[in-house]
Design a protein around this ligand. Structure first.
Ligand SMILES: Cc1ncc(COP(=O)(O)O)c(C=O)c1O
Length: 400
């Protein structure tokens, strides 16, 4: 019977124990997963990762995907196994979580400001000496140098360049001056440059996006050349995103890509336009949120258990229903979603591909993957129709 699902004969405690240990393969059916739940289609995820690894190899760029998207050490390690040189982290606390999980090659893409964060940066560098820290301020560089001196280590630094997006030092002379200042200090070393043109990544239309990303990144490339001309080694220029991965490799002088969303995809990215058409289809959707229909006020209106606390709502478009589960998966589309408050989502079925009833599961593509992942402690990973494991989102909520 649908309302009992396939857990009949087992207690919730049995199921919960399995979820805690992650040993759900062959035990838990998709219909048994407690909803709302974050789901990862392993076949789609692995295909996305292989594709990006191959792309970077073909274009002779290193690959350091951004961990702010997944916040999951298991994923960081799998990406490294697949060929990534490391893992970007937005903040020090995220980097600490990846380090605890065993990841190497960390790059903290936000400057580490303040006494205690610098103390944490030193502790991280002692544990993972290949970590790179972003800087854009001369006093912060001196503070890091002093702390590194006291710890008898040398910190790797990347100058964060302002390429029109948010943080960083202006490209050109100011960045060269900071590179010179770094080169005179004994306990810090310039690893290279960090330049993330996030405002280019979602520009609609491939040609428009390509022209815009190039206009943002060219000054970064010129800055790298100017630093090298000043006699300072600057072997790294890292940046790029899911929207510009196939644009930035055509810019001579970029050395590394740090995309994140490509591994999951979301509604936001599907709208930006691809190289070959109006819909961006370069990568497969691997991340979804699974919900349960908990009420049916009218024949054409159902309510699911996924609302504002199940999906990030920073975008002006809602989650998209793509599949339903009732004794197995069935394609499902055309339903129109509206927010039903913190805990609920309303689905109008007037234009849906089929009916729904209480107990059915409905799977959604999320509007924006990064902040949605941050709402969950774990993701259920599955292959085909069979759950295979539970991965902890250990850096969830770590935004310090
Ligand atoms: C510094 C930095 N690099 C890379 C990325 C990855 O971008 P995307 O998820 O669009 O691929 C982000 C995302 O916000 C970022 O902040």
């Amino acid at each position: 019977m649908v309302l009992l699902g396939q857990t009949a004969g087992r207690s919730w405690q049995d199921v919960q124990n399995r979820i805690e240990t992650g040993e759900i393969q062959g035990y838990l059916a998709m219909e048994d997963v407690p909803t709302p739940a974050l789901m990862l289609d392993l076949d789609a995820f692995e295909a996305n990762v292989s594709q990006m690894v191959a792309h970077c190899r073909t274009h002779k760029r290193t690959f350091r995907p951004h961990g702010k998207t997944h916040k999951c050490p298991e994923i960081a390690n799998r990406l490294i196994q697949a060929g990534a040189v490391g893992c970007c982290a937005a903040k020090i606390s995220e980097a600490e979580a990846f380090a605890r999980g065993g990841a190497k090659g960390l790059l903290v893409t936000t400057a580490v400001i303040g006494r205690y964060k610098i103390e944490r940066a030193i502790a991280l560098a002692l544990k993972k000496p290949d970590t790179i820290f972003s800087v854009d301020d001369a006093q912060n560089v001196r503070d890091l140098n002093e702390a590194a001196k006291a710890a008898k280590i040398r910190l790797n630094l990347a100058i964060d360049l302002f390429v029109g997006n948010r943080t960083g030092l202006p490209t050109g002379d100011k960045a060269v001056e900071l590179a010179q200042a770094i080169s005179k200090l004994k306990n810090v070393k310039l690893a290279g440059l960090q330049a993330y043109a996030g405002h280019a990544s979602h520009r609609m239309g491939f040609d428009e996006r390509a022209a815009f990303s190039k206009s943002c990144m060219l000054p970064a490339v010129e800055t790298r050349r100017a630093i090298e001309k000043a006699g300072i080694e600057c072997s790294l220029l890292t940046g790029g995103s899911t929207g510009t991965y196939n644009i930035d490799v055509d810019i001579d002088g970029t050395t590394e890509l740090q995309p994140g969303s490509f591994m999951f995809m979301d509604v936001d990215y599907s709208r930006i336009g691809g190289r070959n058409g109006p819909v961006y289809k370069d990568f497969r959707t691997s991340l979804t949120v699974l919900t349960t229909v908990v009420s049916q006020p009218t024949v054409n209106d159902v309510v699911t258990d996924g609302g504002l606390k199940a999906f990030s709502t920073d975008k002006p478009f809602p989650p998209e229903a793509i599949r339903m589960w009732r004794d197995g998966p069935q394609p499902f589309s055309g339903a129109s979603f509206s927010w039903g408050g913190d805990e609920h989502g309303k689905l109008n079925l007037a234009k849906a591909s089929g009916p729904l009833r209480v107990g059915d599961k409905v799977e959604f593509v999320v509007p924006h993957c990064d902040p949605t992942v941050n709402l969950y402690d774990r993701m259920f990973v599955y292959r085909g129709t069979r759950p295979e494991g539970v991965w902890k989102i250990a850096a969830r909520g770590l935004s310090q």
